[in-house]
Design a protein around this ligand. Structure first.
Ligand code: HEC
Length: 135
């Protein structure tokens, strides 16, 4: 876990050093024709975090903001990523896609939020995927 996070932070630090754009991402940056992904976009765009710990609630704001910058945040809310490894890989990929849209600190918060949330809100899928992966 520590190694996973360290790898994520190394990449995100490099991205952060390039500075972030002043304006929001142009429309269309999250465009896709994949029906599987478009179905995620049509689901709920909010997560009930009222019972989550304070730091996770704060991290949710970062997730909501940054992961909704190119496409609706519903895509990130309703996708089937649940494992820490899946999130680590995907957040890194989204950082690469967005240039400096997501800073190192933001990536850390987003990772903390989605991995916490997956173990609660998507517990069944989380357990199933872990079992399938022999974890
Ligand atoms: C720079 C624009 C951009 C940002 C920022 C961004 N995304 Fe995306 N995202 C995309 C695009 C474009 C796609 C469509 C698939 C592709 O081209 O990879 C996508 C697809 C996705 C998918 C569907 C992937 C699949 O195959 O199931 C998920 C989940 C997702 N994004 C989550 C996130 C999360 C979580 C964040 C915040 C860390 C985020 N996105 C931030 C552009 C972005």
């Amino acid at each position: 876990m520590t190694r996973t996070l360290a790898a994520l932070l190394t990449v995100s630090t490099l991205v952060a050093m390039t500075g972030r754009p002043v304006t929001a991402a142009p429309q269309g940056k999250g465009a896709t024709k994949d029906p599987r992904i478009l179905a995620y976009d049509k689901g709920p765009a909010k997560i009930n975090v009222s019972k989550y710990p304070t730091d996770i609630k704060a991290a949710y704001k970062v997730f909501d903001d940054r992961c909704g910058a190119c496409h609706t945040v519903a895509r990130a809310v309703n996708c089937d990523y649940v494992l820490d490894e899946e999130w680590q890989r995907y957040i890194r990929q989204m950082m690469d896609k967005g240039g400096s849209l997501i800073s190192a600190d933001e990536a850390k918060s987003i990772f903390a939020f989605v991995t916490y949330d997956s173990k609660i809100r998507k517990k069944d899928l989380y357990d199933k995927k872990r079992a399938a992966a022999g974890l």
